[in-house]
Write a protein that binds this ligand. Structure first.
Ligand code: Q46
Ligand code: ZN
Ligand code: ZN
Length: 314
């Protein structure tokens, strides 16, 4: 059997990327991964060296790989772990927090923790049981709480930029979902970089062009210990179903996911969805009278309605 060789040095290859027709050894793969991340940061004008970046870390491979790369590239970063109070799967939140803390301690990086049950008096599953309906009710309240917590931490810690570890598989699955319903609003908002607006940091996804298997390879090759399991509430989610479908497509035709996503970004840059959005302008932003964060609804924002009297930000 032919041994795959690194395209740069001829050593045994550790990772093969069919979509780029490229195979690389351990060292050259990590080098390539860092260069490509830097390239995306520049290409999409995500942030500069003098900006402080809040990196949202979940304890998973993507967000820890992202933090590792940004720190090695010399960016000024602070990590944020949001403890959701998920006790299923043998203490999922405690376990993933411990991994994020160990990662930060080993690299002497600053990690902030927002502990949702301590701070707001309820875990995500408890909030969901009290308020939400539907199959993935934990996820619907989780989205609201995470968004609020990330904005709040960015403001408090003086970070104008919020970076998340979304990879190409995540972005392609969201794009697929938005395309199935031709949701123009969502398609317009889906981007590697969302500009800042009053009360909101700029939101960036520097790993958006990497396949999930590449971020996993980076994490493993760089000795990053991460939580392998998905959040127990993700089971059966639309996103996982879409990912499985796109994986089938990718197997038949390597590079499909990257083509799907990058041609979408190109079409959008050429104004593909602009006229559709013109007749349907976004509602003006207002500010929540309790927490001060921007909201599109009059009165309390979604988050403040959800946590009710528990918020210490009142
Ligand atoms: S963490 Fe939260 Fe996800 Fe868990 S409860 Fe759902 S949304 S699945 S990314
Ligand atoms: Zn090599
Ligand atoms: Zn509010």
């Amino acid at each position: 059997m032919n041994v795959m060789r690194c395209k740069k040095c001829g050593e045994k290859a550790a990772v093969q990327m069919k979509q780029h027709n490229l195979a690389l050894c351990r060292g050259h793969f990590s080098e390539w991964f860092m260069e490509q991340t830097e390239r995306s940061i520049h290409k999409y004008r995500m942030f500069k060296m003098d900006e402080r970046v809040l990196v949202a870390v979940s304890g998973g491979k993507d967000s820890l790989a992202l933090w590792d790369v940004l720190a090695k590239l010399g960016y000024d970063t602070v990590g944020l772990y949001i403890h959701l109070g998920i006790e299923e799967a043998e203490g999922y939140s405690d376990h993933s927090m411990a991994l994020a803390q160990a990662f930060a301690a080993a690299r002497r990086l600053r990690l902030e923790v927002t502990h949702v049950p301590d701070r707001y008096g309820e875990s995500i599953p408890q909030m969901a049981a009290r308020t939400a309906r539907g199959r993935h009710r934990a996820c619907s309240v989780c989205g609201v709480v995470k968004r609020h917590s990330m904005n709040e931490a960015a403001l408090r810690l003086g970070c104008g930029v919020l970076a998340t570890g979304h990879n190409l598989d995540d972005e392609a699955a969201v794009l697929f979902n938005n395309t199935l319903s031709w949701s123009v609003d969502m398609l317009l908002r889906q981007s590697p970089v969302l500009p800042e607006s009053p009360g909101f940091p700029r939101k960036v996804k520097p790993l958006c062009r990497f396949y999930e298997r590449e971020t996993a390879a980076y994490a493993i090759l760089n000795g990053i210990e991460y939580v392998y399991e998905e959040c127990p509430h993700a089971v059966g989610s639309t996103s996982l179903v879409n990912k499985a479908l796109l994986n089938q497509l990718e197997q038949q035709s390597p590079g499909s996911k990257l083509r799907f996503y990058s041609t979408f970004l190109k079409a959008k840059a050429q104004g593909a969805f602009v006229s559709a959005a013109e007749g349907n302008p976004e509602p003006p932003l207002q500010f929540c009278p309790r927490c001060g964060q921007p909201t599109t609804t009059a009165g309390l924002c979604l988050f403040c309605r959800l946590v009710g009297g528990h918020t210490p930000e009142a």
